[in-house]
Write a protein that binds this ligand. Sequence first.
Ligand SMILES: Cc1cc2nc3c(=O)[nH]c(=O)nc-3n(C[C@H](O)[C@H](O)[C@H](O)COP(=O)(O)OP(=O)(O)OC[C@H]3O[C@@H](n4cnc5c(N)ncnc54)[C@H](O)[C@@H]3O)c2cc1C
Length: 232
Amino acid sequence: MKRSHWRSIYTSGEVLQYQLNFTTASGTGLELYDIVVLATPLQASVGSGLRFRDFEPSFDELPGSYHGTVATIVHGYLNTSFFGFPDPRLFPFASVLTTETPSLFFNSVASVCPVNISAGFRRKQPQEAGVYKVFSPRSLDKPQLKTLFRSYYSAQVTEWQAYPQYGSSQGLPPVELHPNLYYLNGIEWAGSAMEMSSVAAKNIALLAYHRWNKQTDMVDQKDLMHRIKTEL
Ligand SMILES: Cc1cc2nc3c(=O)[nH]c(=O)nc-3n(C[C@H](O)[C@H](O)[C@H](O)COP(=O)(O)OP(=O)(O)OC[C@H]3O[C@@H](n4cnc5c(N)ncnc54)[C@H](O)[C@@H]3O)c2cc1C
């Protein structure tokens, strides 16, 4: 999708449906929805390209920004000398993690395994060429790559808007932006991981169902915490 904007359609003050206008390579289109779940960050720094028109009350891009992380996938020989092991056969680690140090040019280096591993699978040893995932605050230049790797066949670089720029004072964005219009990625401001997105998705599915069927007693149940704590 190249460009898209949402518009709310009202009748006598009540929101009836949401209209999505979009432009793709094959032209423009328009679709109507009763319930909408937005499942991408709405912060300007992430740049979903979504626009919202005629919303009352209106909301624009949400405040805050995302933290940039560069992922470099390298196929090569790890320079174990850099980590204090001149003999790669004695290097015992699969991952090297760091704490924040301004002078350090990388955050982590980790050996990567396939997602589906066969019965006879064996992780590549440091003296062999393996695939490594390097996270760094900025793109690595050649001397930095040559510091981490004795030699390498390939290096693929992807810049991610990886997770929220956390602070101690900001709250969570709303889950319901408008009637029947839900926002999933606010949960990332509590913790950014796939499990968190799954939890948010399940919560929103339940909330949307109860709101749609007007089962208000199932929303914000006052004694829920007490029941959960005492059910075991
Ligand atoms: C480098 C990196 C490493 C990570 N490692 C881990 C890990 O080890 N374990 C873990 O649990 N989590 C990890 N995470 C976090 C995890 O990837 C996220 O928490 C998760 O992907 C969030 O899922 P999501 O579906 O909410 O958002 P996303 O995966 O960001 O999906 C949003 C989707 O919306 C699409 N989109 C955006 N704008 C529009 C539009 N206008 N129209 C249509 N579609 C649009 C995007 O293309 C994208 O496909 C990592 C993240 C990064 C960046």
